[in-house]
Design a protein around this ligand. Structure first.
Ligand code: SF4
Length: 448
């Protein structure tokens, strides 16, 4: 018996292959110690059986294989082992760790947010003011909320100073109305201000017998301070305002030819008129915008957003004017006053209804309210989907049901086709077989 014949062929093949591999690596191992390490590891990787049974150096690939098998087991309705579950968790943990390295969009945006800041061009050495991060996105979202969202129909939209001039009055009187409305509006709600203005426009006594009552310069000059004070008693600081109105009426008569000034300097020279009123008055009464009208809402909200850190509305005006595009100077007052009246209220802000809070764009958002708002939104979306599916005639698995419905319909149509297209005696040929039409043709025949 020869030595070759004594060894079984499969074992011999296996030993030969392993030996060859080891021989090949060992021959390289003599060259360097580093390669020697690889040489000892290499056969473990090349041998598929060893790779599967070995537990050291577990690869992600191997875990995936286990997980996929576990998934199949679960779908089959069979029990799944604890080991498999643990491995699933390990893989998820790995994924989580990877996600943690790349944080989600919201924290990134928060970290990257910057206020308006001075930047110096390295080439020209000229200083410019860079706008705050995300300002345009925030602006557009607030505008959308003002037009169609939770901040629409604010008091300022119908009762703001710009809306209080009587349309039936002369242009000169309308300008006076705007100025008086602005003078009455400080420290006063739009609703209260509107009532006071209505009284002036209808009840201010005429300056002469037969002259019309209402708000015009002649009547304002002639009215007794006590009567005027009584007419505007609902607005804040009405005593001071009565005094300012009387003084202003005289100034307009003596220095401005009976009209209101058409410049910021002229307007601010009037008693009780500051830059905010002057800018709003100029743009509303004269149609010229030379600056931003910053009231308490604009000042408060832009500081909340972190666009700047300012102490007074006047500082805010200058800070905004340094970077905000000029075509938004007039609009921003309307935008933020209404937003401050309906959503970003001075007390009890509605962060849960605010797009800026929900999208992680507002650094002052109240977290609890935002979480509640997101939940409420998800629930509303789910209800809408459910309602839509029901309206379509299904349920949560509406698609599956729809498919089944279509299938049934097709089966019914098929069976009806069979009846309708059942070969008549005259349709059969001599051999007794019926001439076959393609199925589509048959259907068309049935449906006409
Ligand atoms: S998230 Fe809250 S604080 Fe921020 S703008 Fe909206 S309502 Fe105001």
């Amino acid at each position: 018996m020869s030595p070759a014949a004594s060894s079984p062929p499969p074992e011999l093949r296996r030993i030969t292959r392993g030996s060859l591999a080891r021989f090949a690596y060992q021959s390289d191992a003599t060259s360097s110690s580093k390669e020697n390490k690889n040489a000892t590891a290499a056969p473990q990787v090349t041998d598929i059986e060893d790779a599967i049974s070995g537990d050291s150096a577990t690869t992600r690939k191997r875990k995936r294989a286990v997980v996929s098998s576990s998934t199949t087991t679960k779908r089959g309705g069979k029990s799944s082992s604890t080991t498999v579950k643990k491995e699933e968790e390990t893989e998820e943990d790995e994924d989580d760790k990877k996600n943690a390295v790349a944080p989600s969009a919201t924290p990134n945006r928060r970290a990257a947010r910057k206020p308006a800041r001075k930047v110096i061009d390295p080439d020209t050495q000229t200083a410019t003011v860079a706008p705050p991060s995300d300002w345009e996105e925030m602006y557009d979202l607030v505008k959308a909320m003002r037009l169609t969202g939770p901040a629409k129909d604010a008091a300022v939209d119908t009762m703001g100073c710009e809306r209080l001039a009587l349309p039936t009055a002369s242009p000169r009187d309308q300008r006076l109305h705007t100025l008086v409305a602005l003078m009455l509006s400080s420290q006063t709600k739009d609703t209260t201000n509107a009532v006071a203005m209505r009284r002036l426009q209808t009840e201010l006594p005429p300056h002469a017998p037969g002259a019309p009552a209402g708000l015009n310069l002649a009547n304002l000059l002639a009215v007794e301070p006590a009567t005027l004070n009584e007419l505007i008693w609902a607005v804040g600081f009405h005593n001071n305002k009565t005094k300012y109105l009387k003084q202003t009426a005289e100034l307009l008569r003596d220095r401005w030819a009976g009209d209101i000034p058409d410049s910021i300097a002229g307007l601010t020279s009037l008693p009780g008129v500051g830059p905010k009123m002057a800018h709003l008055c100029l743009s509303s009464a004269w149609g010229r915008t030379e600056g931003i009208g910053v009231d308490v809402h604009v000042h408060r909200i832009t500081n909340l957003w972190g666009w700047h850190k300012t102490k007074t509305p006047e500082e805010t005006r200058l800070a905004l004017q340094a970077w905000l595009p000029r075509d938004r100077w007039r609009e921003i007052n309307w935008l933020l006053v209404g937003f401050g009246q309906k959503v970003c209220l001075p007390v009890g802000r509605r962060c849960g209804d605010c797009e800026l809070g929900l999208r992680g764009l507002c650094k002052a958002a109240e977290r609890g309210k935002v979480i509640q708002g997101r939940k409420a939104r998800e629930e509303t979306a789910a209800i809408k989907v459910e309602a839509h599916v029901k309206a379509e005639g299904g349920d949560e698995d509406g698609l599956v049901i729809k498919e089944e419905h279509i299938k049934r319909e097709e089966e019914e149509v098929g069976s009806m086709d069979a009846i309708v297209n059942e070969p008549k005696k005259e349709d059969t040929d001599e051999k007794g077989t019926s001439p076959k039409l393609p199925p589509t043709k048959q259907r068309r025949t049935r449906r006409g």
